[in-house]
Design a binder for this molecule. Structure first.
Ligand SMILES: [Zn+2]
Length: 315
């Protein structure tokens, strides 16, 4: 039976309800100095606004060593009633300093860490984050992809991929396919940074999930650009592969920290507009039905709790 793994335990995918498929409740990175956010009480306040706007599930994409706070996510979930899915995995290369200890880990070691996060005794992760650079995969990212593929094959949880400006979508899917990962277990984020429906339709033909997460980034592009991309992709037959997130990944974007537009922008402002312009059926697919398939997986039996069977890896 398929489940979605939340910080409070596994749930039936049909219980997810309206879902924000990409968020960060805590985040610290050297790429955004001064824009970190780590306060649990403020995360609770911010998450309440999302619940008030109609969301029932949030998928948090903050991976290892970037301010991820599993106990904090659990506190937010308990305080707000929001289902929260946590991530293990790592981000793209540039988020880690040159001497960061994660870089010294082998692919095998990373895979063991990911598997332990997904099946361990504490707060469990329900997705594996990986990342790619702009139009290329760096050595650290190749290692992380190999580790994530192995951890996916052991656990079944989906892979959540940061694309840089929406580039390399198909290349990443094909790379993961060579590592044994089916495209239907791959979620590609930030595709609307490159609002090219033809390119993303080519990627979508593989069966991978196409995630758009740029509503509210008005200084880069208007929401109309994101809506047009959704419309174009739906016209190309991809409405059952689309996901939407807010990706409110900066302190300055959170109202609880004095910023804006706030964690609830996706549900309070963008979703109603999508429904007015593109219809409620497409909205139901994107916010309810598609996430319930994209983030669901069939838990696989474990060979041993302490020593998961990580086998091959890098040549
Ligand atoms: Zn993100």
């Amino acid at each position: 039976m398929n489940v979605v793994r939340t910080v409070q335990g596994d749930i039936d995918p049909s219980g997810m309800g309206p879902t924000d498929s990409h968020e960060h409740l805590f985040f610290v990175t050297l790429l955004q100095p001064g824009d970190e956010f780590v306060d649990v009480d403020l995360a609770i306040a911010e998450a309440r606004t999302l619940v008030d706007a109609g969301a029932r599930t949030l998928v948090d994409w903050t991976p290892l060593e970037l301010g991820r706070d599993l106990e904090g996510l659990l506190r937010v979930s308990r305080a707000t009633g929001l289902h929260v899915v946590a991530a293990t995995g790592v981000h793209r290369d540039a988020h880690y300093s040159a001497d960061h200890p994660l870089r010294a880990e082998t692919a095998d070691g990373l895979a063991r860490r990911f598997v332990a996060d997904i099946g361990g005794p504490g707060v469990r992760s329900g997705v594996i984050k990986i990342g790619a650079s702009y139009h290329r995969l760096q050595p650290f990212e190749r290692k992380a992809l190999a580790a994530a593929a192995d951890a996916h094959l052991i656990t079944g949880v989906p892979l959540c991929v940061h694309t840089e400006h929406g580039t390399m979508g198909l290349g990443i899917v094909e790379h993961l396919q060579r590592l044994g990962v089916a495209p239907c277990s791959v979620i590609l984020a930030h595709l609307d940074r490159n609002p090219d429906p033809v390119e993303h339709a080519e990627t979508g033909a593989s069966g991978a999930w196409l995630q758009l997460d740029g509503p509210g980034r008005t200084k880069y592009w208007p929401d109309s650009t994101v809506l047009q991309l959704i419309s174009d992709l739906a016209d190309r037959g991809l409405s059952t592969q689309l996901l939407l997130g807010g990706d409110t990944g900066r302190r300055s974007m959170m109202r609880a920290y004095g910023g804006g537009p706030g964690l609830d922008y996706l549900f309070a402002r963008f979703k109603p507009r999508l429904e007015r312009e593109l219809g409620t059926e497409l909205s139901r697919l994107i916010f309810v039905e598609n996430p319930a398939r994209a983030f669901a997986f069939e838990p696989r039996p474990r060979a041993g709790d302490e020593d998961p069977p990580v086998s091959h890896l890098l040549p």
